[in-house]
Design a protein around this ligand. Structure first.
Ligand code: ADP
Ligand code: MG
Length: 255
């Protein structure tokens, strides 16, 4: 069977993409799924947050995109998280320029994944906060996009750029691609505005909004400095419980 390959994307920075990627990966691992995380952000936060030192990578997603390494040799194990990671670091920022001259430049990740696909149930791609060639590689490799979003005033407006990009990729490059769902993150039910935006989201997007809501929870923010996802760092915390619940919901929806 082929794995579900999903991008975690939103062109805004700081909305919870990386937190979603590593905690969803750990949650999926906990419910018995074999998971590969691909870090497509030169910041390397998903790499570090999985307990892998981005400065010590012998090979990374950068080398894979440029065809200088394969995923089987470049991937590492997040021992605490229970999943594999194709890591990234600052070098990846250069790929944007170097890829331009290569053929099939937006399909490099897709091609590289072919060789390891059979080993996983889920591949989660942590995208950078831009609609760049790197993100395009993620979108061309994936069947679906998981969009984490905060329930703030301009949330819906910000979404339209991403939705348009996904439509364009669907039309021109990848007929499989669809939005799997919108995930409400950093949610604080005491804030009336957040409840209102949450309702707006549901009336706009219907069942494309996941049932699970990820609360604002400091343990999720602390976990990366301990080199592991919140799900394993403090399994009892509200944030960890919510991400395991989300993993179950996702498996039910698409598994
Ligand atoms: P992105 O990858 O979209 O830039 P991050 O996942 O890095 O976003 O999150 C941005 C910041 O918010 C980080 O400091 C992270 O620890 C924090 N954060 C993310 N989700 C939560 C949450 N549910 N509760 C509290 N802090 C969170
Ligand atoms: Mg990030």
């Amino acid at each position: 069977m082929s794995p579900r390959i999903f991008c975690v994307a939103n062109q805004k920075g700081g909305v919870g993409k990386t937190t979603t990627t590593v905690n969803l990966a750990a949650g999926l691992a906990q419910v018995g799924q074999r998971v590969l995380v691909v870090d497509l952000d030169p910041q390397g936060n998903a790499t570090m947050g999985s307990g892998i030192d981005k400065r010590a990578l012998a090979a990374s997603v950068y080398h894979v995109l440029l065809g200088e390494a394969d995923i089987a040799s470049a991937r590492q194990r997040s021992v605490k998280g229970g999943y594999d990671v194709l890591g990234a670091n600052r070098e990846l920022a250069g790929a944007e320029v170097e890829l331009v001259d290569l053929d099939q430049r937006e399909k490099r990740l897709r091609r590289a994944l072919e060789a390891v696909k059979a080993e996983y149930d889920f591949v989660l791609v942590d995208c950078p906060p831009s609609l760049s060639l790197l993100t395009l590689n993620g979108l061309c490799a994936a069947q679906g996009v998981v969009v984490p979003m905060q329930c703030e005033y301009f949330a819906l407006e910000g979404l339209s750029d991403l939705v348009n990009t996904i439509k364009q990729v669907h039309a021109n490059l990848n007929r499989e691609l669809q939005i799997i769902g919108l995930l409400r993150v950093m949610f604080d039910p005491r804030i009336t505005l957040q409840q209102q935006v949450s309702e707006q989201l549901k009336s706009h997007f219907g069942n494309k909004v996941f049932d699970t809501v990820i609360p604002r929870n400091v343990r999720l923010a602390e976990a990366p400095s301990y080199g592991q996802p919140g799900v394993t760092f403090d399994p009892q915390s509200k944030g960890a419980v919510a991400f395991v619940e989300f993993a179950r919901e996702l498996v039910k929806r698409v598994g």
